[in-house]
Design a protein around this ligand. Structure first.
Ligand SMILES: [Zn+2]
Length: 261
């Protein structure tokens, strides 16, 4: 049963890209969405996507990578996303109050402008939401994101690397978005997130590694790889008490439909 890594950064690897892909294939992870964080990364991601049939790319500006050239950068995202067949989503975009590198108003402006591009080009959006380190930080970023998505009436998106609570997950689902889970659902101390996994219906869920930046409990301390999707799917199956095949089949179908891949 094939699996898809809906969010990885293979093109960020300086070496060993092929080895990482080979190891993923060995555990039936056979499609990869290589996600970019800035305009400057789009070409190297596209190169990978053109080299391999089973890799797709995105275009977008991460909320920690904003620049002073708002119009110019957005123009490039739009132009490439419009003309390059292998760009299948706008992302990753959103709000990052953890690194908090830019004022929230500026983050919101870039986020909204890129949601507009996604809508115009009929592409899905990959949405990054990271809370501040302050107590109650999660509420702040989700409140802002939900307010923005509701106001913009934007539904064709995925809340990537979901790490919110039950209420926030319900709100994201109510808005019509998908939720994707990374290896953090396998971390020993993450019972709260596993409760969220239990609640989110399989047909609203996708799987991703966000590798090499995140990994799974069993390989903690090492760089993550797309092959980790298997352990993530196994954890979802265990938490939900359903067969692995069912998790694989439904999440793969979701990803194929969502990205058109
Ligand atoms: Zn990422």
């Amino acid at each position: 049963m094939d699996l898809i890594d809906t969010h990885c950064h293979i093109s960020h690897l300086k070496k060993g890209q092929k080895a990482v892909i080979d190891r993923a294939f060995k555990v039936n992870v056979t499609k990869f969405v290589d996600v970019v964080c800035s305009v400057g990364e789009i070409q190297s991601s596209l190169k990978l996507a053109k080299q391999y049939d089973f890799v797709w790319s995105t275009a977008g500006i991460h909320p920690t990578m904003l620049t002073d050239k708002l119009e110019e950068d957005l123009g490039k995202v739009r132009e490439l996303a419009k003309n390059e067949e292998k760009i299948v989503a706008i992302g990753e975009i959103g709000l990052d109050y953890y690194h908090d590198k830019f004022p929230h108003g500026q983050q919101e402006a870039f986020f909204v402008a890129q949601l507009d591009i996604a809508r115009e080009l009929d592409l899905p959006a990959i949405i990054h939401l990271r809370s501040s380190k302050n107590p109650g930080g999660n509420e702040e970023v989700f409140e802002d994101a939900i307010r923005i998505l509701m106001r913009e009436d934007f539904k064709n998106g995925v809340a990537h690397c979901f790490s919110g609570n039950m209420i926030e997950a319900e709100k994201i689902l109510d808005l019509g978005l998908m939720i994707s889970f990374t290896g953090i659902i396998t971390y020993e101390n993450n019972d709260v997130l596993r409760e969220v996994v239990k609640m989110v219906p399989l047909d609203r869920m996708m799987l991703e590694t966000d590798s090499p930046y995140l990994t799974v409990e069993s390989r903690k301390g090492k760089a993550g790889e797309p092959s980790d999707v298997k352990a993530i799917a196994e954890k979802v199956a265990e938490v939900k008490g359903v067969p692995f095949e069912e998790v694989a089949q439904i999440t793969t179908a979701n990803a194929e439909r969502f990205f058109g891949i």
